[in-house]
Design a protein around this ligand. Structure first.
Ligand SMILES: [Zn+2]
Length: 286
């Protein structure tokens, strides 16, 4: 995760304090919100009907709810689901992207409007499908893109979002396993430095390696799948030019380059896969 520009000059100690403070603030804000939510928001939501409310102070989680389109005829479970989704997305941006949720928008780039949760950050990420069925959208980066580039990003993320539940479950399960594999490999490294022999470490290293590689392989399949869906929607030429645009608009960090190499399939290969499958399909139809 790239640190934001603002804290680039602060010392490690200061940064730790800032983080600890924001966690404490969050916990405080969370408790205060749960208490006040029951008293205020219930009455508020009952009267707001279909309206949307802009908010200025995004620090308080309950403000997120003001941005949701809550219809009075929605079932209780539906409303609850929307609120939980919004809260988890807020948390996702806050903790994993170290940024603030800006608001929600309906993008009209595709045939159907797509709801996105916006934030700003000068990092390599354009957008991401969260595990909570929402899409987060980095305005700092996406505003630099052409409409076609934005369409590509949106198609790619929608593909992740709409992936079938069983496969998604498998992917997230494997993510936990992959993280476990990395921990096992790290411990094996420590034991090796402490004097353990290759023979003693062969089993944990093999297990850790397989757990990590299995996740990396599945992740790569998932990314190729999302790109493949984007080619199907955009066509080969627009897909390639959008990919070029994303690859060339700024200098990617070393970390992003490694991640790209390991987890993403080259666009030309995805296009070849697309052509191959199209050919197969046309043969089976005729
Ligand atoms: Zn992706």
């Amino acid at each position: 995760m790239c640190p934001s520009n603002t804290d680039a000059n602060t010392t490690v100690g200061a940064r730790t304090t800032v983080r600890a403070a924001s966690v404490a603030d969050f916990a405080k804000a969370g408790v205060a919100d749960i208490v006040s939510f029951g008293q205020q928001s219930r009455a508020h939501l009952l009267h707001t009907g279909n309206k949307r409310y802009p908010w200025n102070d995004i620090e308080r989680p309950s403000k997120i709810f003001n941005y949701l389109t809550i219809n009075t005829d929605m079932g209780l479970l539906e409303k609850l689901k929307l609120r939980i989704q919004a809260l988890l997305t807020w948390l996702f941006i806050r903790v994993l992207k170290r940024s603030k949720l800006e608001g929600t928008e309906e993008l009209t780039l595709l045939n159907e409007p797509v709801k996105i949760y916006t934030f700003r950050k000068s990092s390599d990420i354009y957008a991401q499908a969260t595990p909570f069925g929402t899409i987060i959208w980095n305005k700092t980066r996406t505003e630099e893109l052409s409409t076609e580039g934005q369409r590509f990003v949106l198609h790619h993320e929608l593909s992740h979002k709409n992936r079938n539940g069983i496969y998604k479950g498998l992917l997230y399960g494997m993510a936990v396993s992959g993280a476990g594999g990395i921990v096992i490999l790290m411990y094996s490294g420590i034991f090796f430095l402490l004097g353990s022999s290759f023979a003693e470490l062969a089993e944990p290293v093999t297990t850790g390696f397989l757990m990590t590689v299995a996740f990396a392989a599945l992740f790569r399949i998932e990314e190729t799948w999302a790109d493949y869906d984007a080619v199907c929607e955009l066509g080969e030429e627009k897909f390639k030019s959008a990919y070029d645009e994303i690859g060339s608009d700024h200098e990617p960090t070393m970390r992003s380059r490694i991640i790209r190499k390991l987890f993403y399939t080259h666009p030309d290969r995805t296009v070849r896969l697309y052509q191959f499958l199209q050919e197969k399909e046309s043969i089976s139809v005729t």
